[in-house]
Design a protein around this ligand. Structure first.
Ligand code: AMP
Length: 436
């Protein structure tokens, strides 16, 4: 019986034969994650890791019953103790649960957290949409100043800058307070009601449950109807309006190009005031690289103090796919500095001891354990992109002289067996210094 991977998921592997799948190469993920960590630390965010599953109720409360995530996308199961648990579909609710449960607000701020985690959503698998995807997310809790919103937007843009992404669009909007949103919802319903029958089936369904989501519809007919719809920005309360104006002014001041998209509402219930989304023109239908917004008060919903907060999430798959579309060069996978090829039993033992010594000296090293001919070992050294290849057989053991072959230049240098480790240590130090 051969097993296959579940629908909508993928393996992250060190090898991918097809070029279009290279975004799944594990060293690309390692590189992306290392840049993310550097940027997050540069902006003063600390890592947080929460369990991969939570009580289902947590997401129902925070994300909202009418949201797509809760109404149709959650991986919910009952455990053996009869509890309803859900594989995490998004990160914010989990971070806020941990924050409130551990009373982190009692510690000195700033409360700025980031995570890189898999997320699970039962969606129809297609390009850019998976049932398990991975998000880099950040949450900043306790600051209501618009600077915090702008710091978030700037951080995700700085990440994309450092990765070399271009042709991105930053869209911002304000969804106001819960009250102003209620008023807007009614206005939108009143506007759409006479045209209900002309809306797409999906939008008709959303009309009752989550009318704001109709604004997100990709259906052309819906978009035509929406052309004259009332705009949420005309319904903002004074505080939200002022907050949004300052966010826009600050974005202008730091030279961050953005557009105001009054139809941007995002799918989750918990947002208030600022929302934002960054899209890439290189992706197809699912072009959002990341998005977020303010969710003041979620801490209170979870039984903690009433604190402001702002956050965002960005999909690693889509970032990597965009990088590939832009032909951005990734660093090469880590290669061994030394590849040892033994000939004969005595050389095998000697090489194995040398291999362990090299690694204990922090030098990346590999050895051919296969027992095949030297030619095979040399091919392996080449395919792994080793810096040096060293062949050791009875001759080398008898004469105590060994050749270090630099594979890139095909040049050789001789050294004595007794000083082999010392020679390689010196050479490795010079190599790492030059690479800095
Ligand atoms: P959302 O919370 O839905 O705005 O998701 C945040 C980001 O995660 C999106 O902007 C995408 O980059 C990514 N994302 C969301 N859902 C998926 C999915 N099913 N597959 C791949 N990436 C996703």
């Amino acid at each position: 019986m051969k097993y296959s991977i579940p629908k909508g998921t993928f393996d992250i592997l060190p090898h991918e034969p097809k070029e279009e799948d290279w975004w799944r190469l594990s060293h690309h993920w390692e590189y992306l994650e290392s840049v993310i960590r550097t940027v997050a630390h540069d902006f003063g965010f600390s890592e947080i890791r929460t369990p991969i599953f939570e009580r289902s109720e947590l997401f129902v409360r925070a994300v909202g019953e009418a949201s797509d995530i809760v109404s149709k996308e959650m991986y919910t199961f009952e455990d053996r103790g009869g509890r309803s648990l859900t594989l995490r579909p998004e990160g914010t609710a989990c971070v806020m649960r941990a924050f409130v449960e551990k009373n982190l607000h009692q510690l000195g701020g700033p409360h700025k957290y980031f995570y890189i985690s898999p997320m699970f959503r039962y969606e129809r698998p297609q390009a850019g949409r998976y049932r398990q995807h991975h998000q880099f997310g950040c949450e900043a809790i306790g600051i209501k100043s618009p600077e915090q919103d702008v710091e978030m937007i700037e951080m995700v843009c700085e990440l994309f800058r450092r990765l070399g992404l271009k042709d991105l669009t930053v869209m911002v909007n304000s969804v106001g307070s819960a009250d102003s949103r209620d008023t807007y919802r009614e206005a939108l319903r009143t506007f759409l009601e006479p045209q209900l029958a002309s809306l797409s089936k999906d939008s008709q369904h959303r009309f009752e449950k989550n009318v704001l989501r109709i604004l997100d519809s990709k259906d052309e007919g819906d978009q035509k109807i929406l052309e004259n719809a009332p705009l949420i920005t005309d319904f903002l309360d004074e505080e939200s309006k002022e907050h949004f104006d300052t966010v826009c002014t600050l974005l202008e001041k730091i030279g961050l190009n953005f557009i105001i998209n009054p139809k941007l509402v995002r799918g989750l219930d918990y947002y208030n005031k600022t929302v934002f989304e960054i899209t890439s023109s290189s992706l197809g239908a699912h072009n959002a690289l990341g998005g977020g917004g303010r969710y003041d008060g979620m801490t209170k919903l979870f039984g903690g103090p009433d604190l402001p907060a702002v956050g965002f999430g960005s999909g690693l798959e889509r970032i990597l796919q965009t990088m590939m579309k832009h032909d951005i060069a990734f660093p090469l996978p880590k290669a061994p500095f030394v590849y040892l090829v033994p000939m004969g039993d005595a050389a095998h033992t000697f090489c194995f001891e040398t291999l362990c010594q090299l690694r204990r000296n922090h030098i990346p090293a590999e050895m051919d354990f296969s027992g095949k001919k030297v030619k095979y070992g040399l091919q392996q050294a080449d395919s792994l992109n080793a810096h040096y290849c060293v062949v050791i057989g009875d001759d080398e053991l008898n004469t105590s002289i060994v050749k270090l072959k630099a594979l890139a230049t095909r040049t050789e240098e001789e050294t004595s067996l007794s000083t082999l480790i010392e020679t390689l240590k010196r050479s490795w130090n010079a190599h790492t210094l030059a690479a800095r």
